[in-house]
Design a protein. Structure first.
Lengths: 466, 191
């Protein structure tokens, strides 16, 4: 009987030749990731059950990336960073990315130079950048968007503190093998769409619970035509359909990136067997798709941008693990270049590497020549308010968070969730959209189809490629 | 697990996500510190928009906020619709409900991570109802759950409803969480 990528990865990690959907298996975990929100609780569970002096199962397989509550004066948030620092010191954990500028009380002043700090920013962006993501592996993280890493052909999913505490002590967990849903995209991505439109189409089709307990496999030449970063947007939002994991095929783009970044030399590329079984198949033709939004208050509340053209907005937000990558910044900058935003527009790089690339690269994703504007320059000159790398207002957070919706306003955002209160105020309305649609809407103050501005292919060059 | 779970119910609708169960601005508390852990109880479900908070009428606070030290709810059982606990993977969500005194949730079905966290952390029992119960219960109704026979009885109306079997997670729930289960099964050394 044929197996899917997900089944093959789980079988190999369970020491079995095959598994099938619905079985519970104990697997060996390759990487465990945690951050500042769930790290302290996870450490608490670990120490409660294994003892204060217990050692983690493998310090080189534990990755800790503080990202959520960094630029805040909240004293508990600072205390949590101290808990992480103390733990990595005691455990000898190397892969800890410290916000070294968070020292003492009050609002920390952000890093000056994004290349001169240990701090990385949003964990799901930093994981592949720092070489912790490889095809065929199992990555577990105490964050639901851990599924992002499935874009690299691995099994990646979010878990809670108790599960993570268990993995810290044992390197193992139990998983139920999910049945796979297959989403096939035909054709090539047209210049007015990004992967965000594709995943909003999927979630609109199957609903926010349509993939509950299931693996979501994205395939077809349409997916192959996406940049690696845009594939991450697809798998990132698998959780918004309730998915356990999202996964893409491995190709030369994946291998080039992982070869350059991985801090381990070996990995296994798995592929779906021809006779693999799927519990659902849906196909799309990219040429027939339109720019989409998800209206408040649910990621499956799908409409075309065109249908929402009379909806006015008060704010635009470009950031997060979904829409704060360097290619997302180029998409936005391509539309905003030489123009002025009409509503306050907040820009938050997903990582310090994205931030550095925004300063280093030109609009075509290539190192800028002297005097040539950077992506950062273009966005700032268009009137955007620029912030440092972090989760920032994607999840609301403490009241002093950059870009947080502290009033009942309407915002169009490149982020992933628009549940009530997600970006701050409970009565605020959040529209989710691609960076192209968000940028076009920022220019007009109403929801705008990016085809009004995009007149040719947007070249993202070397941005995010290796 | 107890033989019977009895108490007043708090009724919610569909797609109650973890940001509504415990909004992100409270996540800086550390559940490993007892005084901070209690605060999750105080703020449990405070993110649910008022019209949907305590159906059918709404606007029912889950935890009485008039006493600034109160961290407990009067409701021990939650009845909800589809996809309860969707969104972020924060284990603070089932933990907050448990700290407020919730022993069981009865929903049509759950988002995967919330279900798993509830079971593995041993916080509360996530039952699935066979039919939709939201419209058959009012916030404040007294109900009794019999886990063995898989039944829930509304003591106001006298009607009984079937619950789905807990299935392969039953042994973990019985043990009280994944650590206790793993010790029993010999996967972990006894603490
Ligand atoms: S950017 Fe948003 S969705 Fe991504 S990890 Fe941070 S809070 Fe979660």
């Amino acid at each position: 009987m044929g197996m899917t990528i997900t089944e093959k990865i789980l079988a190999r990690h369970a020491g079995r030749s095959s598994v099938s959907a619905g079985e519970n298996v104990w697997v060996d975990v390759d990487i465990l990731m945690t951050h500042d929100v769930c790290g302290p609780g996870t450490i608490g569970v670990f120490e409660e059950h294994f003892g204060k002096d217990a050692k983690v199962w493998d310090p080189d397989r534990v990755v800790i990336i503080p990202d959520h509550y960094i630029f805040t004066a909240d004293r508990h948030a600072h205390r949590n960073i101290e808990i992480l620092r103390d733990f990595v010191r005691r455990q000898g954990i190397r892969y800890y990315y410290d916000p070294d500028f968070v020292q003492g009380e009050g609002m920390p002043s952000p890093y000056r130079d994004p290349t001169a700090t240990r701090y990385k920013g949003v964990c799901h962006k930093a994981l592949p950048e720092e070489g912790h993501v490889r095809p065929g592996e199992i990555l577990l993280g105490t964050d639901s968007h851990t599924c992002t890493a499935g874009a690299f052909g691995q099994f990646a999913t979010g878990i809670g503190n108790t599960d993570a505490g268990f993995v810290l002590g044992t390197g193992k967990t139990w998983l139920k093998v999910p049945p796979t849903m297959k989403f096939v995209f035909h054709g090539r991505i047209p210049p007015y769409l990004t992967a965000k439109d594709l995943i909003l189409a999927v979630i609109g089709e199957i609903s926010v619970s349509g993939a509950t307990y299931k693996a979501m496999y994205f395939t077809g030449e349409g997916v192959a035509s996406l940049t690696l970063e845009d594939r991450m947007t697809l798998t990132n939002m698998a959780i918004e359909a309730g998915g356990k994991n999202g996964v893409c095929d491995v190709d030369e783009k994946t291998l080039a990136y992982v070869r350059r970044r991985s801090n381990r030399p070996d990995w296994t590329v798995e592929t779906d067997d021809r006779d693999a079984r799927y519990c659902y198949v849906h196909e799309w033709d990219l040429g027939a798709m339109e720019p989409l939004v998800a209206k408040p208050h649910s990621p499956d509340n799908r409409a075309t941008a065109h249908e929402c053209r009379d909806v006015t907005i008060d704010r635009a937000y470009i950031g997060s693990c979904t829409g704060g990558k360097i290619t997302d910044m180029i998409f936005a900058a391509a539309i905003l270049q030489g123009r002025q935003v009409k509503v306050p527009t907040f820009v938050v790089p997903g990582s310090t590497e994205v931030h550095a690339d925004m300063l280093r690269l030109n609009l075509r994703g290539r190192p800028r020549a002297d005097g040539e504007p950077s992506i950062h320059d273009i966005l700032r000159e268009a009137g955007c308010t620029m912030g440092p790398a972090s989760c920032a207002a994607c999840l609301g957070g403490p009241a002093d968070t950059f870009g947080r919706l502290n009033e009942p306003i309407r915002c169009i955002s490149t982020t992933n969730r628009n549940f009530p209160g997600r970006m701050g105020h409970q009565q605020a309305g959040v529209f989710l959209a691609s960076p192209l649609t968000v940028a076009a809407s920022a220019l007009t103050g109403r929801i705008t189809d990016p085809r009004d501005y995009v007149d040719g292919p947007i070249d993202t060059g070397e941005a995010g490629v290796v | 697990m107890q033989d019977r779970i009895r108490g007043r119910v708090y009724v919610l609708g569909d797609d109650i996500d973890t940001d509504q169960i415990i909004p992100a601005n409270f996540l800086t508390y550390n559940p490993a510190i007892p005084e901070e852990r209690k605060l999750f109880g105080r703020h449990a479900l405070c993110g649910v928009p008022a019209p949907g908070a305590g159906l059918p009428d709404g606007r029912v606070p889950f935890v009485d906020q008039s006493d600034p030290a109160n961290t407990r709810s009067d409701y021990r059982i939650i009845i909800a619709g589809r996809n309860f606990g969707c969104g972020s993977s924060r284990e603070h969500a089932p933990l907050a409900l448990a700290e407020a005194g919730v022993e069981a949730v009865v929903a049509e079905f759950y988002a995967r991570i919330f279900f798993r966290n509830s079971v593995n952390g041993g916080y509360l029992v996530p039952f699935e109802s066979v039919e939709r119960l939201v419209e058959h219960h009012r916030t404040g109704d007294e109900v009794e759950i019999d886990p063995k026979s898989g039944r829930l009885t509304n003591l106001r109306t006298g009607r009984t409803y079937a619950l789905k079997p807990l299935g392969d997670v039953a042994p973990i729930i019985e043990a009280g969480g994944v650590f206790a289960y793993a010790r029993k099964a010999g996967l972990l050394k006894k603490a």
